[in-house]
Ligand binder design. Structure first.
Ligand code: FES
Length: 199
């Protein structure tokens, strides 16, 4: 699919005019929808998106579009997964109990926030004012991040930080974790974003 890109850790979603006051789908959808072919337009309007995740290497991120929004699929390393429970005390809502996203799936209310621990699937839009955070997967001290940084995401607009599960750290402008969309596995290497398996 030509809208899938493996990120080497630097790419951010391009938002036309920054983030001031712009929250999510409505604002983001317009420029994308206009440039789509008819089938792509239908998909942008809400159809589920099938994704091949077989080429994502540990530590890499793939970005796809769903409903005009960037959805990130991050293949986390064992080291990254091992850090998640240790961060709970520093996070605003470690178990994703808040209700900004009424549809937070039950499987996301834990440290790893995903169906399979290895693969994080989140909407890459900050819950503050709709910027797209950047990848900061490398642990250690670096500009705008604490010296004990363990890897995650940094929102450049007002400095909110998120861990490798998209959970926001305490005392940041972002009021909530990154949204986990509905999704399901069609096979070990194929995801369907936008639909959950019925119980
Ligand atoms: S939009 Fe303000 S911190 Fe992300």
């Amino acid at each position: 699919m030509n809208d899938q890109k493996i990120d080497g850790g630097k790419r951010t979603w391009i938002i036309a005019s920054g983030c001031a006051g712009a929250v999510g789908a409505g604002f983001l959808a317009v420029p994308f929808v206009r440039s789509f072919e008819p089938s792509e337009r239908a998909r942008a309007a809400g159809a589920p998106v099938e994704v091949d995740i077989s080429a994502i290497k540990p530590g890499e991120k793939l970005t796809v579009e769903w409903r005009g929004k960037p959805v990130w699929i991050v293949r986390r390393t064992p080291e990254q997964l091992a850090e998640l429970p240790k961060l709970d005390k520093e996070l605003a809502d470690p178990m994703s109990q808040r209700t900004t996203f009424a549809t937070t799936p039950e499987f996301a209310r834990n440290d790893w926030r995903s169906l399979k621990k290895e693969y994080l699937v989140v909407v890459g839009i900050c819950s503050h004012l709709g910027c797209s955070p950047g990848d900061k997967f490398t642990p250690g001290p670096q500009p705008s991040l604490p010296s004990d940084w363990q890897g995650g995401f940094l929102c450049p607009c007002h400095g909110s930080t998120f861990d490798m599960s998209g959970r926001v750290f305490k005392d940041k402008p972002a009021p909530d974790n990154l949204e986990v969309p509905p999704y399901m596995y069609l096979s070990d290497s194929r995801l369907l974003i936008g639909e959950e398996k019925k119980a």
